[in-house]
Design a protein around this ligand. Structure first.
Ligand SMILES: [Zn+2]
Length: 285
């Protein structure tokens, strides 16, 4: 992706080097198995508040704002996500306007170790996430090492996909989709709800694809970029993650969709570039 020397977003909140809420204390019956599940479930999105209800912060926030200086590599990554965020702002502003709506920019919070959000305190282990309560994306840049090493999804456009997916959740918040699904959550069993969660996540992948469609239209994609994003979408599929971590697959527990589904919805968005084409709730996936 061509990003160097391009302008970044003003909507990045750098909270690196601050401790989000101190040590995390387990309560409310969330055992060690619970932690593992939270980590898997939270990968690339979801709502940590609803999952981390049992986790309470035990120490007060320490403020060391503005003093954080990462390695040259970290600073470059921070610049990169800022440019990607700026691109999502431009694209979604246009797409919303064309549909007679007004886009509201989300904030992107960079953090290290743990962070306080309107959805609760979250540790880096949950992976990048979006909190609808404060309309912010939260990313610990160390996740990108994991994406490259553990998930075997290298490349800048793989990293851009992660931001674009979380922005996709913000689009769902603005369109009212996530609120609708959240209301359903209270009325359904976990297994039933998981089916809606998968549809919500696949739609966020679709919206990430819509964004990539416009990046291509602006000649910002380089050779191999599309494949990088598709590899990343596939690597974070529930079946791939479960196979790697448990050695077997439990479809009822899927919350984000299979590798094949994630790849395919991203690609659909990439091809169509429209909001309408992303009805993941309408039919078969
Ligand atoms: Zn997600």
């Amino acid at each position: 992706m061509q990003w160097k020397g391009r302008k970044g977003s003003r909507n990045v909140e750098d909270r690196r080097g601050q401790s989000g809420g101190g040590g995390m204390m387990l309560g409310g019956g969330l055992g060690v198995g619970g932690i593992v599940i939270v980590i898997i479930v939270m990968l690339l999105g979801g709502n940590p508040g609803s999952l981390l209800n049992g986790v309470t912060s035990t120490t007060t926030q320490t403020q060391t704002a503005g003093n954080y200086q990462g390695t040259a590599e970290e600073e470059e990554l921070a610049d990169f996500v800022s440019v990607v965020l700026a691109d999502t702002e431009e694209v979604w502003e246009d797409v919303f306007r064309e549909n007679g709506m007004t886009y509201r920019n989300p904030k992107l919070v960079l953090f290290t170790d743990s962070v306080q959000s309107a959805c609760g305190t979250a540790s880096s282990a949950v992976g990048p996430f979006y909190c609808p309560g404060d309309e912010k994306l939260y990313i610990d840049l160390s996740f990108y090492d994991e994406l490259k090493q553990r998930f075997q999804a290298p490349g800048d456009f793989a990293m851009a996909y992660v931001v674009a997916h979380e922005v996709g959740h913000h689009v769902q918040k603005l369109l009212g989709t996530s609120d609708k699904v959240d209301r359903l959550r209270r009325t359904l069993s976990e297994t039933e709800y998981n089916k809606y969660s998968v549809r919500l996540e696949l739609q966020a992948d679709y919206y990430a694809g819509v964004w990539a469609h416009y990046e291509q239209g602006r000649n910002l994609l380089e050779e191999g970029d599309l494949e990088e994003a598709l590899t990343a979408a596939s690597a974070v599929g529930d079946d791939s993650i479960q196979l790697r971590s448990r050695g077997h697959v439990v479809p009822d527990s899927f919350t984000h969709g299979t590798s094949e589904q994630r790849k395919s919805w991203f690609y659909k968005g990439f091809q169509s570039g429209t909001i309408e084409g992303g009805d993941t709730f309408g039919g078969s996936l």
